[in-house]
Design a protein around this ligand. Structure first.
Ligand SMILES: [Zn+2]
Length: 253
């Protein structure tokens, strides 16, 4: 029992030693170690092996390493911080009533699943799915929330189409985006947007189920642009665009 030394008041990193706690036998070395109670700067009390204090091996209650891990995940590396912003924005529009988009997400019952409340879990999923800068997280079914089953990594084109941009259409007397209309009629918002680009009437674009041949009654239809590459229709033919054949059925889109 030689060299017992009072280390009360000693500061090591974030820890301040407050009192001797007890002795603990360590079977590996078959020796008793002095255990001292410390208070951390974060307020937590911990009992630490004296040897770890005097050698500087232990410098906090564990909070330092937790903070360091979070910092590395959120700020180290550009992509990590970008993905963290994606995660924050996703949570905000589902949770924060003050978020400008809350009414289309949280307000409609769209939520982020329990496991993704932890950024590290969301991060691991996104990286495993091939997320990189320029890509985003996209819900497959817009009526369902954010979870691993209903989300995918979308490229710019898919993202832009699923977001249905900010174009608004007069529907039921209100200017609405395709996504907002989709929430009412349950017709895919991308389909609504595509149909509108083809000159469909909004009532038809918003309500006719996909795949049905629709004879366009709006004469502007024949002047509209050819099919864009991102939805699954055959390449548009000249007939689709020719004003000389106004009775030509519209492509089923
Ligand atoms: Zn601490």
């Amino acid at each position: 029992m030689a060299k017992w030394k009072d280390i009360k008041g000693l500061r090591v990193g974030r820890l301040t030693v407050i009192r001797f706690a007890y002795k603990k036998l360590f079977p590996k070395c078959n020796r008793e170690h002095e255990m001292w109670e410390c208070v951390c700067e974060c307020g937590k009390k911990v009992v630490v092996d004296k040897g770890c204090l005097t050698t500087g091996t232990t410098t906090s209650c564990g909070c330092y390493h937790r903070e360091k891990t979070i910092r590395q995940m959120t700020t180290h590396g550009h992509s990590n911080s970008k993905l963290h912003n994606v995660w924050l924005a996703m949570r905000n529009r589902c949770k924060r009533k003050k978020d400008s988009r809350y009414k289309y997400y949280g307000g409609k019952g769209i939520s982020v699943c329990e496991e993704w409340q932890d950024f590290s879990v969301f991060y691991a999923w996104a990286i495993a799915k091939g997320w990189r800068e320029g890509l985003t997280i996209d819900r497959i079914d817009n009526m369902k929330g954010y979870n691993p089953e209903n989300c995918r990594i979308a490229d710019i084109i898919t993202q832009a189409n699923n977001k249905t941009n900010n174009t608004r259409f007069l529907f039921q007397g209100i200017m609405m985006t395709a996504r907002e209309i989709s929430e009412i009629t349950h017709i895919n918002s991308r389909l609504i947007s595509a149909r509108m680009r083809h000159g469909w009437l909004i009532e038809n674009a918003a309500r006719i189920p996909p795949g049905l041949i629709h004879t366009q009654e709006d004469s502007t239809a024949v002047k509209c642009a050819p099919a864009t590459r991102w939805f699954n229709t055959p390449a548009s033919s000249a007939a689709d665009r020719s004003p000389s054949i106004p009775t030509q059925p519209q492509l089923a889109i």
